[in-house]
Each structure stands twice: as C-alpha cells, then as structure tokens.
Write a protein that binds this ligand. Sequence first.
Ligand code: IPE
Ligand code: IPE
Ligand code: MG
Length: 242
Amino acid sequence: MAKQNIDKKIPQHVAIIMDGNGRWAQQRGMERPEGHIAGVEAVRRVLKAAVVEGVKYLTLYTFSTENWGRPKEEVEAIMELFCKSVVAETPELKSQGVRAKIMGDRSALSEKVNHYIDRIESETADGERITPIFALNYSSRHEITETFKQMAQRVAEGKLAPESITSEVISQNLYSCDYPDPDLVIRTGGEYRLSNFLMWQSAYSELYFTPTLWPDFDKESLHEAIEAYAGRNRRYGLVEAK
Ligand code: IPE
Ligand code: IPE
Ligand code: MG
C-alpha cells in the first residue's frame, strides 16, 4: 500500500461515479453513446488534473454490473469505446507515468475486452505518478458476494479459520485489495446515491455530490471537490483532538 500523503488536505484516493453522459448527449439532441465519447474526454482531463492535485489513486466507475440491462447498442458502444480508448490513450498514459488498472468481474466481459484490459495493464505497469482504476463490470454487492464465496470455499477446505476473519481480511480479499480506501467519493450528474459503488471501502469516505454532468466535469470541478474535502473534519467515530 502506498504511503499516506503528507498533506492530509489532499485526498490520496479519489473515487468518482461518472454520471450524466446520457443526459449530456440528450440535451444536445445527440444519441446517448455520444455522451460516453464526451465522457472519455472528461476522463483524460480529470486524470491530468488529479496528477497536478497530488492524488495517487483515482477509481472511476465505468460500467456497473447493472448497466448490462441497458439497450444492447449502448452496451456495445461502451465496450467498443473502452477498447478504442485503450489503443488511443496508452502511449500518452505511458509517457505520463500513469499505471492503469481495471477492477471488476472479468468473466462476463468479452475476450476482446479482456485482451484490451491485459494490454493497458501490462503496458502501463511501470507508471508511478498515479493509478487510475477503472471499475468495469463492477458492483459492490457482486464484489462482496464473490469474496464471501471464495472465503467460504477456503473455510470449507480448512485453509481459513473462521475466527481469523477480520474486516482487514475481508478488505484484503476484495477486488480493491491493492488500494487504500477512498478518501473522497464524488458523484456527478446530480443524483444522491452510491448505485452499488465501493460500499465496503467508502465506510469513512467523504462524499461530494455535484449537479455537473460528467462530460462537463473539468479541472476546476475537481479542484472545487478537493477544496470541499480539505474543509471536512474526519472523525472516524472519535471525538475531536483538542
Ligand atoms: C454514466 O452516465 C455512464 C455509465 C453508466 C456507463 P449515464 O449513461 O448513466 O448518464 P445518465 O445518467 O443517463 O445521464
Ligand atoms: C452508476 O451510474 C454507474 C456508472 C457511473 C458506471 P448509473 O447511471 O448506472 O446509476 P443509476 O441508475 O442512476 O443509479
Ligand atoms: Mg446515469
């Protein structure tokens, strides 16, 4: 796990529910996939801005396990856009020292998408400036269910003692085991919900909601969210130190 930022005012890990792509497109008389294309531009912008802010981990909710229920054309467009973006963005990510990771259930993703996941992760593996984590075919309940199944299996095989299960052990078995918990969770697009995102990991995260639609989110928007975070008082259930 990376060291905590010295400056407590800078969140080490920011997680974003990138919502509002569809509405952004519809407001412009465009088809919803156009909104996702604009959303990729916002990812590029915000990733650069996050480096400048000193953020080390940036988890981006890219596609939820529930999003499979959308019209087939939209799902296909999102998957295609992911693959195309890997090809288009990888050289720049490498040159910027970005290490890209994907988090989620890969088994339901096509062979092609899995190929591009391997490609972006291996080609950017040496990056040290920032780790964006794309949550793809991700949802918290699915992640926790898979973790429980896997741990129950190990208990059944006598490889895991039930009394040794602590909240740390559970954290170490989630998809997110290599990353610290998010300090700040941002949701764009005006809704006030988590939509099955990082529910275990965000137990003590600061939450920030903005009506800005994801394709309009920019470096100033990120800075505002981080300023708001800097003004928060994280108590973790304790009383304030005098
Ligand atoms: C978020 O934007 C992107 C994904 C869920 C893939 P939406 O597509 O949910 O946009 P709205 O909420 O319909 O505007
Ligand atoms: C959450 O947005 C998922 C992603 C941003 C990938 P949704 O648009 O799917 O969430 P709901 O339907 O508003 O809860
Ligand atoms: Mg939405």
